[in-house]
Design a protein. Structure first.
Length: 406
């Protein structure tokens, strides 16, 4: 290997790991170029930290030798580089070829496969899945034409087992409302997209069949996202925040065809109320809605707090923390319910988001878009829930909210 090579670790997702009794980290791939995790022993982490694309293999070896007081040979560094490159963990020609192959493979897909079917509370068998959704939502009522139209709804995106009560509240309310012609879905992209929105024109397969995407609507919004707006579309493959909403909507529709416009969400800029980027995006979406020949409902797939040692906190989750988090979450939700959106954003993000709320953007967009398009609609908190682990390692919180016409 060329000792002048400058290795660069690409964007991967690290988690604490153990292999053969050795502590370390496991690297997983948000792009899905490799399955499972690549384990890195803790002794090699200082080496990985230097794979920034700035230092050469020989410089890294010399630096580590000076720091450790023991010789770290170029061959050792080069061996780790070769291994990680083979496993598609580094940027470079091998990674570029894999990305291009994946892009070609995904381009020919007409629909995203149901890769999440079989996860907690979500049976892969169609009959069992229908029974499970019936259990969660209850019997779908005959829709009354007198019922107020649902302009928007916020639902959890946690797994169906832990989030059952939240899904029930959101989708039982939606089931009682008139059916819309199009559902515009916003769901958290957990893998860190570069852009505020990640669109897709592909349909979604579930155990119940295929949910159709309105490509024209998606394209109308995507054209405001800059050059190559679909370049991060691959993130939809393994993301659950939109896919779970498509599943519930399909269940409510029964034999009626429905259409969706799915978008994953990235990060809002500071002070989004006064951001030209956010305003342009909101105008593009509202313009597409006004041009659409039919009724539209916005759906946000959003969880709230993520606390406990599993997420990096020092202390285990206890009753006192659950009480405090609920108070903080409910205050944020009150601001959202009142559609005080600047205050809502600041309440969560102003101090660095210590609750690790991951659903800020879907909630913000649903609330802002309903305010723009239906300023008289009423927001109502339907449910607030917490899903603590029995061992105190973590808790995830979530909420359901309805935005009804008039």
């Amino acid at each position: 290997m060329d000792s002048n090579l400058r290795p660069k670790l690409r964007l991967l997702e690290p988690t604490a790991g153990n292999a053969g009794g050795h502590e370390g980290i496991g690297l997983s791939d948000p792009r899905g170029l490799f399955e499972g995790t690549v384990f890195v022993p803790s002794g090699l982490i200082p080496l990985l930290q230097r794979f920034t694309g700035e230092a050469t293999v020989s410089e890294i070896a010399a630096d580590l030798s000076a720091i450790s007081g023991a010789e770290v040979s170029i061959d050792i560094v080069a061996g780790v580089v070769a291994d990680l490159d083979q496993r598609l963990c580094l940027e470079g020609e091998r990674f570029d070829r894999a990305v291009e192959a994946q892009r070609k493979e995904l381009d020919v897909l007409q629909a995203w496969p149901a890769v999440l079917a079989g996860s907690a509370g979500y049976p892969a068998d169609s009959g069992q899945c229908v029974a499970r959704l019936d259990q969660i939502v209850g019997a779908v009522p005959a829709t009354s034409t007198d019922a107020p139209r649902m302009v928007g709804v916020i639902a959890p995106h946690i797994d169906l087992a832990r989030g059952e009560r939240g899904y029930k509240a959101a989708y039982a309310a939606l089931a009682a409302a008139p059916v819309s012609d199009l559902y515009v879905l916003f769901g958290t992209a957990h893998k860190g997209p570069e852009r505020l929105l990640v669109p897709t024109r592909k349909d979604f397969v579930t155990p119940l069949g295929t949910v159709s995407t309105d490509g024209d609507f998606v394209d109308a919004v995507a054209q405001t996202l800059g050059e190559d707006p679909y370049r991060e579309e691959y993130l939809h493959l393994r993301e659950h925040s939109v896919a779970f909403q498509a599943l519930f909507l399909q269940h409510l529709a029964g034999d009626r065809p429905i259409r969706i416009a799915p978008f994953l969400t990235g990060c809002l800029p500071d002070n989004p109320q006064n951001s030209a980027e956010v305003t342009e995006l909101v105008e593009a979406i509202t313009g597409a809605v006004r041009s659409f020949d039919g009724s539209v409902t916005f759906v946000g797939g959003a969880d709230m707090a993520h606390m406990g040692p599993f997420f990096g906190d020092a202390e285990p989750v206890a009753d006192e923390l659950l009480t405090t988090v609920e108070q903080l979450d409910r205050h944020s939700l009150e601001l959202l319910e009142q559609r005080e959106l600047g205050a809502f954003f600041e309440d969560i993000e102003g101090d660095g988001n210590p609750r690790r709320i991951c659903g800020t953007v879907p909630m913000y967009l649903v609330a802002r878009l309903t305010k723009e398009l239906a300023p008289d609609c009423r927001a109502e908190l339907l449910d607030y829930g917490q899903a603590p682990a029995g061992d105190g390692s973590q808790v995830v919180t979530f909420a359901s909210m309805a935005f009804r016409d008039g």
